[in-house]
Ligand binder design. Structure first.
Ligand code: FES
Ligand code: FE2
Length: 423
């Protein structure tokens, strides 16, 4: 714990922190921002990690990032290094990235390609299914390699997305969402996409402030001039801001999507998942500065360049914008009570050639600006919350309903998961 964390330590022990967590979540006003410790206390952050990030399904990356056998990526979920690899049967597997000898981290790079997995410490070697296949004779005659395979992590894929879950035993149900995701992503032929470019921002803000910021566009007109060139500030036809002209535009677009068999029906799976395809501003095609294409090739079987953006929400850690010629995926990973990593990846058709079909700068311009603006907003939000002057304030139930939904999901998840175990 660093000096800064100590300043925000509100409780004396984990037991007290757990008791207070339950009290704060049970007694909170649903339509108000959370009490301060939930945004900055290091022990409450630890509970968030234990009850949410170590128990729920998390988005980690895209299947197209591991196109061939032996391709791997690594991710740090709090203090849990996780390895995701495509095995020799072409299946994607996830393991704790921890050697079974003395626990060294096994793969130290963010991504790469391997035939087998060799620990850098004493060279124990595992195959891509996690079996220990080599440990030097020094381990003695009675050593049984079969007892020291890598520990598996739950892993599922659908529609090009990879999700992992660190929970011991049965993971939470996710199949309804995954089958919807496969159906909605089908037009994009995700195996024939690639990551054209990516960015990671380190934000000095609690992960919930990052998600809250994403769940409303009340702040958009004050902060996002680039984004608002093409994006509307609402993502539902029932939003009070939607004008009659816009609703007609929606209707026309929906008819053209139906003709091409592009899924667009609004879909919700509990509060955790939401898929919504919404048109962009009339006369624009994708989220670029001028609203014109970012890539010459459209994705998969898509022909209509006006697909709006299909927004996919997966709590607790991802939102996405799927368009006709590029896809933008976002992953949120908490580091500490007041530090969060936000990774953005821009995907295009696998055969699109940089410099000919797309320019990286043009592809990234709008969301690079938007991400920086959102980072600044989340960091300023955190600074104010840390002050003695902070007290929870009211959300707009019409413009900030997404934030209210997120916090309902969060509170319910922490309380339910905690009650099954530590609370
Ligand atoms: S810790 Fe991995 S081989 Fe020793
Ligand atoms: Fe924003």
């Amino acid at each position: 714990m660093n000096e800064y964390d100590l300043l925000n330590l509100t409780y004396n022990s984990m037991e007290e922190a757990r008791r207070q967590m339950v009290r704060l979540l049970e007694e909170r006003s649903r339509t108000y921002s959370l009490p301060r410790p939930l945004y900055n206390d290091p022990l409450l952050f630890r509970i968030d990690m234990e009850e949410v990030f170590e128990k729920e399904w998390l988005f980690v990356g895209m299947t197209c990032e591991l196109p061939a056998k032996g391709d791997y990526m690594t991710v740090e979920i709090g203090q849990n290094p996780v390895l995701i690899v495509r095995d020799r049967d072409g299946e994607i597997q996830a393991f704790h990235n921890v050697c079974r000898h003395r626990g060294s981290r096994l793969c130290t790079k963010a991504s790469g390609k391997v035939a087998t997995l060799t620990c850098p410490y004493h060279q124990w070697t595992y195959d891509l299914k996690g079996n220990l296949i080599f440990a030097s004779p020094e381990m003695g005659e009675n050593f049984d390699r079969n007892e020291y395979g890598l520990k598996p992590v739950h892993c599922k894929t659908a529609g090009g997305f990879i999700f992992v879950c660190l929970r011991h035993g049965e993971p939470p149900a996710i199949d309804d969402f995954l089958s919807a995701l496969a159906e909605y992503m089908e037009p994009y032929d995700m195996e024939n996409t690639k990551v054209a470019t990516e960015s990671t921002l380190e934000e000095q803000a609690n992960w919930k402030l990052v998600i809250e910021n994403n769940r409303e566009c009340y702040h958009c007109s004050g902060s996002h001039p680039e984004l608002l060139r093409t994006l509307l500030e609402w993502d539902d036809t029932t939003d009070p801001r939607a004008t009659p002209e816009f609703l007609e535009h929606c209707e026309r677009q929906a008819q053209s999507w139906d003709r091409e068999g592009i899924p667009h029906r609004h879909l919700e799976v509990g509060l955790r998942n939401r898929i919504v395809r919404m048109p962009l501003k009339e006369g624009t095609q994708v989220m670029t500065m001028d609203g014109k294409p970012a890539c010459r090739k459209t994705l998969g079987r898509v022909q209509n360049r006006e697909l709006g953006s299909m927004r996919i929400l997966h709590l607790p850690n991802s939102w996405n914008h799927m368009q006709s010629d590029h896809l933008i995926v976002f992953r949120v990973l908490p580091v500490s009570a007041q530090k969060t990593l936000v990774t953005t990846k821009w995907l295009v058709h696998k055969d699109a050639v940089e410099g000919e079909d797309y320019e990286v700068e043009r592809l990234r311009q709008v969301w690079d600006a938007t991400n920086r603006q959102d980072r600044d907003l989340a960091e300023e939000n955190q600074r104010g919350i840390n002050s003695l002057g902070y007290e929870p304030g009211p959300y707009s139930e019409t413009y900030e309903f997404g934030v209210i939904n997120f916090l309902d999901w969060y509170a319910e998840t922490v309380l339910n998961n905690g009650k099954q175990g530590r609370f």
